[in-house]
Structure formats: C-alpha cells, structure tokens
Design a protein around this ligand. Structure first.
Ligand code: COA
Length: 259
C-alpha cells in the first residue's frame, strides 16, 4: 500500500515503517496518525509479515512529538478526542499479535517518546534523545505517556522527566531501561533487523501469547488513560497552554501566568 507520510518496505518478513516528514522532524499530524493506523493493520493482516520496525526519516528525529501547529485551534472537546485517538492508535501497537520495534534514530519527544514506548522493543542510536516536554507548552503527555513512562522507567524518573520536560540521552535511556541497546547511527537499522529476525524466527503462537500476557497487568489501568485524556483536554482550556503553543510556533520562551 502507498502512503503519503510513511515509507514502507518489507525485508525478510519485517515491515520497515519510516515516518517521513523530516522537515517537521516527523511530527505526528492527522495524516501520519491515520496512515500509521493503516500500516499497523497491514502488518497484522498480511501473512508474509511477521513484525515491524518503526523509525524516523532523516538523521535528526525519530518523531519530535505531536504536530504542535495543529494544537493552536484545538478546543477542549477536540483535545479530548485527539488524546483518545492517540491512545487508541498506540494501544493497537501495544496489543498487536506481532512484535513492533522502535528504532529511535534521533529526537523521540512527546508523542514520539510515547510511540516508542508503545512498541514492544526499543533500540536507539547514539543520536537519540528522549523526553516528555509537553510541560513547556502548558500541557501534559496525552498519548499514553503518563501511564507508560512510569511503568518503563519507574515513578521517580518518570515524574522528573514529565515535570521538568528535560531530555535524556540514549545512554541514559539505556541506563533507565527505556531502550535495550544503543548503537552507532549506521548500525541502528542493521542491529534492529538482526534482533527482529531472531525474534520472528521463533514460534508465532508463543510470540503472540507472550505479547498478550506481558501486558495483562495493565488491565486495571484504563482509569489512568481516561484520566489522562480528561486532564490533557482540560489543559486546552488554559491561557498557559495557548501561550505555550503559540510561543513554540513563534520560536520564543513562553510566559506562563498560572491561568
Ligand atoms: N510539531 C510541529 N512542528 C515541529 C515539531 C512539533 N512537535 N517539532 C519540530 N517542529 C518543526 C519546527 O517548528 C521547525 O519547523 P520550521 O522549519 O518550519 O520552523 C522544524 O520542525 C525543525 O525544528 P527546529 O525547532 O527548528 O529544530 P531544532 O533543532 O532547533 O530543535 C527540537 C529541535 C526537537 C528541540 C525542537 O524542534 C522542539 O522542541 N520541538 C518540539 C518538541 C515538543 O515539544 N514535542 C512535544 C509536542 S506535544
């Protein structure tokens, strides 16, 4: 299938999905999200595909977040719908019966970090940077980050990252257990392919059961996702979020006033 914002190719039963908006650091706009949904469906429905690797185009970014330009006119109700849509999209990766690996080649910020966290496995290049900088916009993570980050790195580190908006390096991400390994940029795709080939050479039914069972402890977390979508949308009623989003687009520091 041909996509506008994704490049896809299948090699040795692995679909390589490259998010391809390098001029906007592969930020997730509506088209990217809709096409990711279709690509996930393609991976799941095609018998000749056993798993997928998700990466970003260019050498700068994996995904630098949700597209902030699309946030400017967002009402509270639209923000809630967007959060629920992003959560559902990333849940469909997490709940997939075939393994997804994020090959993080650069900035994985906001929705980009959330996308990487929704994948079952993560490899990083030395150029990768991870963070949840939504606080700088007067917002919070809205595509599952408030739930997945504490689970993957622990509450202390997750709260620090979400409350400060600070970025961490690939090596720190490895030390935190957020990624499996860090390799040179030119090694990222070969190393990711090698790992995925090893995995998909195994028995598909056992792979499917492991992927299913490993997330079952999450069953009680639906309330967390609902609270996140509600809180994310409420941010859009604040002057601080309007200021944070506008300041980013105008390339200046935000002036938050607590309103
Ligand atoms: N949404 C929309 N556009 C984005 C974007 C995003 N999340 N991240 C980057 N871009 C755009 C920039 O606006 C810029 O577009 P322009 O060339 O048309 O002005 C282009 O991508 C390149 O980004 P730029 O900021 O110039 O690169 P940089 O190297 O100076 O900084 C970052 C890189 C990642 C630190 C910076 O782009 C950034 O902070 N991005 C936003 C991260 C974020 O807050 N994500 C969470 C969103 S909820």
């Amino acid at each position: 299938m041909a996509y506008q914002t994704l490049q896809t190719e299948v090699r040795d039963r692995i679909m390589l999905i490259t998010i391809n908006r390098p001029e906007k650091l592969n930020a997730l706009n509506n088209t990217v999200m809709e096409e990711l949904d279709l690509a996930i469906e393609e991976v799941l429905s095609r018998d000749d595909i056993a798993g997928a690797i998700v990466t970003g185009s260019g050498d700068k970014a994996f995904v630098a977040g949700a597209d902030i330009a699309g946030f400017q006119q967002l009402s509270v109700d639209e923000a809630r719908a967007l959060s629920i849509k992003g959560q559902a999209l990333f849940a469909s990766i997490e709940q997939a019966s075939k393994p997804f690996l994020a090959a993080v080649n650069g900035f994985a910020l906001g929705g980009g970090c959330e996308l990487a966290m929704a994948c079952h496995l993560r490899m990083a290049s030395t150029r990768a940077r991870f963070g949840q900088p939504e606080i700088n916009l007067g917002l919070i993570p809205g595509y599952g980050g408030t739930q997945r980050l504490p689970r993957l790195v622990g509450l202390t580190r997750a709260l620090h990252l979400m409350l400060t908006g600070e970025m961490i390096t690939a090596e720190q991400a490895k030390a935190y257990g957020l990624v499996w390994d860090v390799v040179a940029p030119e090694e990222l795709l070969p190393a990711s392919m090698t790992l995925m080939q090893k995995i998909v050479s195994g028995p598909p039914h056992a792979i499917r059961h492991i992927l299913h069972c490993a997330y079952l402890f999450d069953a009680g977390q639906q309330a967390g996702y609902a609270a996140e979508a509600q809180a994310f949308s409420e941010c859009f009623a604040t002057a601080d979020a309007r200021e944070g989003i506008q300041a980013f687009l105008e390339k200046r520091k935000p002036r938050f006033q607590g309103k």
